[in-house]
Design a binder for this molecule. Structure first.
Ligand code: PGA
Length: 249
């Protein structure tokens, strides 16, 4: 039985006091229901949030990680640096990174491997744009995004990773994929992995992301291949985020 997981992605929002207030609100209101929960916070606040969440079961994550081990890469944050903290997850390949910062499938695969090399669980984001969906390219786009990682890191690596299906057209737009649309792609991903390793596919946590809110989370999370969510906007409100967490099956 797969454990559900709900992850907040705070993106580049707020300032220090907002980050500590939000972490405090989540910590205070958190009631463990057996599912996992994590927050991917801006890395400048890592130290503070790490201390604030110490001793709780709310896990800490990063929103990105460098594709190189160390060196002259101005502005980047390495997996080793993240490992100075109790960093459990690193998001790689978020569509905002792919589209605004040109993170290619190959670069995402290297970030994924860097994360794993430090024992940090990568949350590999995949998903199609509206244009790709409308031209029936959803599955081929997802194939390419997954294949780059499988080629570099191998199918075995997925035993220590999480996948997030995030249709680009649903991120921050209020346009959530229907439960069936999301389930169809989740099943496709699981089936694709199953062709390489049935055990890994069965245990793989596949999250849905894109306009998940307290009022749509229960139905999405009830779908057989949806194991939780990657939450953007609604994760900035402690009550909304915790309500989504409580929607896990
Ligand atoms: P959203 O973002 O919940 O605001 O749509 C999801 C994400 O970008 O991970």
């Amino acid at each position: 039985m797969r454990k559900a997981l709900v992850v907040g992605n705070w993106k580049m929002n707020g300032v220090r006091s907002d980050a500590t207030d939000l972490a405090t609100a989540i910590k205070t209101g958190f009631e463990d229901n057996g599912a996992d929960i994590a927050v991917c916070v801006p890395s400048v606040y890592f130290s503070e949030i790490d201390s604030l969440l110490a001793g709780t079961s709310i896990l800490l994550g990063a929103q990105n990680v460098a594709e190189h081990d160390s060196g002259a890469y101005t502005g980047e944050i390495s997996a080793k640096m993240l490992n100075d903290f109790d960093c459990h997850f690193a998001i790689v390949g978020h569509s905002e990174r792919r589209s605004y910062y040109n993170d290619s499938n190959e670069s995402v695969a290297r970030r994924y491997s860097q994360s794993l090399s430090q024992g940090i669980t990568p949350i590999l984001c995949v998903g199609e744009t509206l244009e790709e969906r409308e031209s029936n390219e959803t599955f081929s786009v997802i194939d390419q995004q997954l294949d780059a990682v499988i080629d570099l890191a191998g199918i075995e690596s997925f035993a220590k990773a999480v996948i997030a299906y995030e249709p680009v057209w649903a991120i921050g737009t209020g346009k959530v994929a229907t439960d069936d649309q999301a389930q169809e792609v989740h099943a496709y991903i699981r089936n694709k992995l199953a062709q390489l390793d049935a055990g890994i596919a069965e245990n793989m946590q596949i999250l849905y992301g894109g306009s998940v809110k307290p009022n749509n989370a229960t139905a999405l999370f009830a779908m057989p291949d949806i194991d939780g969510g990657l939450i953007g906007g609604a994760s900035l409100d402690g009550d909304a985020f915790l309500s989504i967490y409580q929607s896990t099956k």
